[in-house]
Design a protein around this ligand. Structure first.
Ligand code: FES
Length: 354
């Protein structure tokens, strides 16, 4: 029955046991044993496993150096070629073998070859130490490089991870937009708070009330002027008004009719007011009927202005009329002439053309 191939953990346990034995011998004043016997690799390693387990964790480089140094005598002695074969392969120094050795050292002891209880209990200490010595986050190539550097005595540079910081002036658009939105909201909020503060509201109300009072005072100081047409105006020469006709030319503008007719046997031109003597409506001149007809209550007036039907109690009124120096007829609405009062005989109430 042939022995199974020793695992890296077994080899490391052997190495530690041997070193512990050498250290014990040196402490006792005896000469260190040059080379441990291969036959004692499995069983004698158990008693020395306890002190080896107390040793501090070692780096991968140390572990690999120990593996290589242990592999050499094993190969030279040729006591057990099968056991020395893995160590010799690891001593070849290929990246694959180094990486496999480091990784196999991290496996739990249950996968290792059955060994005495003491050796099995001491085996997990080495994988833990090896795993702790390997920097976290390195790729296989970096692990191999670190192991080689450690072997050559160069310090292992820790892996530096630079923080991801945006360049100045190239901030993320979303972050810049959010910052701008926050700034705009803060400005709007401050403006609203200022506008609706009690002090501002009070002063604004006072200012508005003072302005309204000033405007009301200014309006009170101004007179209520009613813009009316002039009371005196010229309506052209007498020849513009043919005998026996009623002119409604000035009805809309000056509220008068100009009549050229015979009054008491005298041909004259006079101006009648367009205000009905009943309730103030404006009658219409009916050329076919030769009369003024009020649309409100049906009062009728002759061409002369005398009432003859309807509720109108008296004749229409005349306004002042005279022949101006320039030969134009001039109307003066500031004066009225009533027939019932005998005022139509006043010379200012007509212009004689006969
Ligand atoms: Fe002219 Fe009454 S107002 S008839």
């Amino acid at each position: 029955m042939s022995d199974p191939k020793p695992s890296p953990n077994d080899i490391m346990a052997k190495i530690r046991a041997q070193k512990a034995a050498v250290a014990t011998a040196a402490g006792a004043g005896s000469e260190p044993t040059a080379e441990p016997k291969p036959e004692a690799s499995a069983a004698p390693a158990a008693p020395a496993a306890a002190p080896a387990a107390a040793t501090p964790p070692r780096s991968p480089a140390d572990i690999m150096a120990s593996i290589r140094s242990a592999a050499k005598p094993a190969a030279e002695s040729s006591a057990k070629p099968a056991a020395a074969k893995p160590a010799a392969a690891a001593a070849a120094g290929s990246p694959a073998s180094i990486l496999a050795s480091i990784r196999s050292a991290g496996k739990p002891a249950a996968a290792a070859t059955p060994a005495p209880a003491a050796a099995s209990s001491a085996a997990p200490a080495a994988p833990v130490a090896a795993a702790a010595a390997v920097p976290v986050g390195l790729s296989p190539a970096e692990m191999i490089k670190a192991a080689r550097n450690a072997e050559a005595g160069a310090p292992v540079a820790p892996k530096v991870v630079l923080p991801t910081k945006p360049l100045p002036g190239k901030a993320a658009p979303a972050a810049a937009k959010a910052a701008e939105e926050v700034s705009r909201r803060s400005v709007v909020g401050s403006v609203v708070a200022t506008l609706f503060s009690p002090l501002v509201v009070a002063w604004g109300s006072f200012t508005a009330a003072a302005a309204a009072s000033g405007l009301a005072l200014a309006r009170f100081m101004m007179p209520n002027v009613l813009v009316e047409p002039p009371t005196k105006f010229k309506i052209g020469p007498p020849t513009d008004y043919a005998p026996g006709t009623v002119s409604t030319k000035w009805q809309a503008q000056f509220n008068i009719w100009v009549v050229n007719s015979d009054v008491d046997g005298v041909r004259s031109i006079y101006a009648l007011s367009t205000v009905c003597t009943h309730l103030g409506c404006t009658p219409n001149w009916l050329e076919g009927e030769q009369k003024f007809k009020c649309p409100c209550h049906g009062s009728g007036f002759y061409k002369s202005g005398i009432n003859f039907e309807g509720p109108a109690p008296r004749p229409l009124e005349r306004v002042g009329l005279r022949l101006a120096e320039d030969g134009m007829l001039e109307v003066d609405k500031s004066v009225k002439f009533q027939r019932e009062l005998g005022q139509w005989t006043n010379a200012s109430s007509f212009v004689s053309t006969g």
